[in-house]
Design a protein around this ligand. Structure first.
Ligand SMILES: Nc1nc2c(ncn2[C@@H]2O[C@H](COP(=O)(O)OP(=O)(O)OP(=O)(O)O)[C@@H](O)[C@H]2O)c(=O)[nH]1
Ligand SMILES: [Mg+2]
Length: 444
C-alpha cells in the first residue's frame, strides 16, 4: 500500500506542471503515503449522521445530536492519544496534507471546520467526517456563507467512502440533498453507499415499503447509473429485535447493520480502490484535455501563420505599390529626383506601416473569431479527435469522461491563453502510459 501511494503521489507531482498549463484541476492532487481511509457522512439534517458516528466510535459520545439542525460545519474525527478539539484555520494543520486543498474555500468555510482527535480503536484504521445536514430554506435554496456544494464535492473527492443518509421523515425530498446528489457526487458514484437510517422507527411493513419506494423514486431521478445503488437499511444504537413503533421484526435490518459495520473492518482496501479510481480519472481526464486543447491550439496556430504570411505579402505589395505610384506621380508633375525620392519613400513606408497595423488587427480579430468557432464546435472537435476509438464498439467511458471536462475545456479554448508545452504529444503519451500502468500497480 505504501509503494502504491508513493508511486501515485510521484506521478501527480510529475504531471502537476502539465496540469497547470492545461488548467486541469486534479481531484486528489496529493496522496498521503500510509494515509488512513476517510469515511464521509452526508444527508438531510437530522437524518442521524452524528448519532451513527457516535455509535461507531462508542461511548462517550463525540458529536452532539438533536432533532433541530445541530451541526453547522464539517467535523473531521481523527485518531490521537489525547482528546482535543481544534476549530477554524488551525484545524487544517492537524490534518494530512491531502486536506490542504480545502483552504481554497476561504475563511468562512474554515470557520465551519473542526478537527476532533480521539483515542478510539476504529479511528486507528479510518478517519470519519461528519457534515452539516442539508436544509431547504424558504426560497428553495439554503443560504450558507461558504460554497457548501463545492465543499461537499471536495470532501467527497478526498474521501474513500461516502455514506449518504436518508431518514424515514424525508426520504430524499430535500432540495439541497437532491442538488448535492445530482451535482457533487457525479463521477464518484462508485464510492457512494446509500443508507436508509432510523429503520427502528417504522411503525410497520407498510410504513417501511412506502418510505423505501419514495426513496427509490427520488434517487432514480438524480442518479445517472442504470442500476439502483444498494441501499442499506440500518439504525444506530443498541441492537433491537422489534421496531419501536410497532411489532415489525428488525432481523433483516440487523443483517444490514452487520454489513455496514463490516465496511469498517477492512477499510484499507477501500482506500486503495478510491486512490486508484481518482488517479485514473485524473490522468485520463488530463490526457483528454491535452488532446482537445492541443488540437484547438494547432488550428489557431495554423490560422495565425496563414494570416501572417498573407499579411506580409499584402504589406510588401501595398508598400511597393505606394512607393512606385508616388514616384511616378511626382516625376509626371516635374518634381526633381531628390524630392520625388523622399516623397515616394515616405508614401511607401506609411503604406507599409498602415497595412501592417491593419493586418495585425485583422489577425487578432480572426484568431478571436476562430477560438469562438472552435469552442462552439467543441463536441465536433471531440468527435474528430477520437474518431478512431468511437468508430468501433461502445465508448461510454470516453463519453462520460468527456462530459466531466467538456464545459471547462470549452471555456479554456474560448478565453484562456493557450501555450502548448514543448513535446506536447510525447508528454501526453507518457501520461497515457502511466494511466494504463496503474492497473498493474493495483495488483501488486
Ligand atoms: N429512532 C431513531 N432515532 C435516531 C436514530 N439516529 C438518530 N436518531 C435521532 O434523530 C435525531 C437527529 O439525530 P442527529 O444524529 O443529530 O442527526 P444529524 O444528521 O447529525 O443532524 P444534523 O447535525 O442537524 O444535520 C436525534 O434526536 C436522534 O436521537 C436512529 O437510528 N433511530
Ligand atoms: Mg449532526
Amino acid at each position: 500500500m505504501k509503494n502504491f501511494e508513493k508511486t501515485i503521489d510521484g506521478v501527480y507531482r510529475r504531471f502537476a506542471p502539465v496540469a497547470k498549463r492545461y488548467y486541469y484541476t486534479f481531484t486528489r492532487p496529493s496522496v498521503t503515503v500510509d494515509g488512513k481511509p476517510t469515511m464521509l457522512f452526508l444527508g438531510n439534517h437530522s437524518s442521524g449522521k452524528s448519532s451513527l458516528v457516535n455509535w461507531l466510535l462508542g461511548e462517550p459520545a463525540v458529536q452532539d445530536t438533536g432533532v433541530a439542525p445541530t451541526d453547522d460545519g464539517f467535523t473531521v474525527i481523527v485518531h490521537g492519544d489525547r482528546d482535543e478539539d481544534v476549530f477554524g484555520p488551525a484545524a487544517i494543520a492537524r490534518l494530512p496534507g491531502e486536506f490542504r486543498v480545502l483552504e481554497s474555500f476561504g475563511p468562512s468555510f474554515l470557520q465551519h471546520l473542526r478537527v476532533k482527535t480521539r483515542n478510539r480503536d476504529l479511528l486507528k484504521n479510518a478517519t470519519l467526517v461528519d457534515s452539516p445536514g442539508m436544509i431547504d430554506s424558504a426560497e428553495g435554496t439554503a443560504t450558507r456563507d461558504y460554497d457548501f456544494e463545492g465543499a461537499v464535492k471536495r470532501f467527497a473527492e478526498l474521501s474513500d467512502m461516502v455514506f449518504f443518509l436518508f431518514d424515514p421523515d424525508k426520504p430524499g425530498t430535500t432540495g439541497e440533498t437532491v442538488n448535492v446528489f445530482a451535482k457533487c457526487l457525479r463521477g464518484i458514484e462508485f464510492k457512494l453507499r446509500v443508507l436508509l437510517n432510523k429503520c427502528d422507527a417504522f411503525t410497520g411493513l407498510y410504513d417501511f415499503a412506502r418510505t423505501y419506494g419514495t426513496l427509490c423514486w427520488n434517487l432514480s431521478r438524480v442518479l445517472r447509473t442504470k442500476d439502483l445503488p444498494k441501499i442499506l437499511t440500518i439504525y444506530s444504537g443498541a441492537e433491537k429485535t422489534v421496531a419501536d413503533g410497532g411489532d415489525m421484526s428488525l432481523a433483516d435490518f440487523n443483517r444490514h447493520r452487520s454489513e455496514f459495520l463490516a465496511i469498517f473492518d477492512a477499510p484499507a482496501s477501500r482506500r486503495k480502490d478510491s486512490v486508484y479510481a481518482a488517479a485514473y480519472t485524473d490522468f485520463a481526464g488530463l490526457s483528454m484535455r491535452m488532446r482537445i486543447v492541443n488540437r484547438a491550439a494547432r488550428a489557431i496556430r495554423r490560422r495565425k501563420l496563414l494570416t501572417f504570411l498573407f499579411g506580409c505579402a499584402a504589406t510588401a505589395l501595398i508598400g511597393l505599390g505606394a512607393f512606385l505610384s508616388a514616384s511616378g506621380a511626382m516625376r509626371a508633375h516635374g518634381f526633381g529626383p531628390s524630392l520625388a525620392g523622399a516623397v515616394s519613400w515616405l508614401a511607401g513606408i506609411s503604406a507599409t506601416v498602415l497595412t501592417a497595423g491593419f493586418t495585425v488587427a485583422c489577425s487578432r480579430m480572426f484568431a478571436r473569431a476562430q477560438r469562438k468557432a472552435l469552442a462552439d464546435d467543441i463536441d465536433g472537435m471531440f468527435a474528430s479527435e477520437y474518431r478512431n476509438q468511437t468508430a468501433v464498439g461502445s465508448f461510454d467511458d470516453l463519453r462520460q469522461r468527456w462530459s466531466g471536462i467538456r464545459d471547462e475545456t470549452r471555456e479554456i479554448i474560448a478565453h484562456a491563453p493557450l501555450s502548448i508545452p514543448l513535446f506536447a504529444t510525447k508528454k501526453r503519451k507518457a501520461l497515457d502510459a502511466v494511466a494504463s500502468d496503474l492497473l498493474k500497480l493495483l495488483d501488486k
